[in-house]
Structures are given as C-alpha cells and as structure tokens.
Design a protein around this ligand. Structure first.
Ligand SMILES: [Zn+2]
Ligand SMILES: [Zn+2]
Length: 66
C-alpha cells in the first residue's frame, strides 16, 4: 500500500529521477515507518525490523531510475 505522503518518484534539478532512498541498514526508505504523521515519510523504524533492528532511517544512497 502506498502512502499518500510518499515523495517518490522525485525529480532532481539535474533531471535524475529518485525512486527511493537506501538506509544504512540496507533497506529502502519506503520500508521504514513514518516518524511523524505526514511530515517525515519513512524516517522512523524499519518495517522489516522483525529481521532488522534499525530504529531510524539513516540516508545512505539514492535509488536512481536508470
Ligand atoms: Zn533502516
Ligand atoms: Zn532495515
């Protein structure tokens, strides 16, 4: 189910399209819970935390559309 707050895909000024962002835990931002309702999409804990103990999204890389 896609969140209405999901900012992706997002287009950068240089024209690249960002489909998602990678967290330091190795999972995607869309796989993290929202931190605050409607204002911090995907910045909470990893929804895959049954297997992953990540408590907070930490930006690692852009997932760029190719
Ligand atoms: Zn994470
Ligand atoms: Zn994770």
């Amino acid at each position: 189910m896609q969140s209405p707050n999901n900012p992706f895909p997002a287009t950068l000024k240089d024209g690249r399209v960002i489909l998602d962002e990678r967290c330091a835990c190795g999972h995607l931002r869309t796989e993290h819970q929202d931190r605050l309702r409607g204002t911090a999409f995907g910045h909470g804990r990893c929804k895959l935390s049954r297997f992953c103990h990540c408590n907070k999204f930490t930006w690692s890389a852009h997932i760029v559309k190719t």
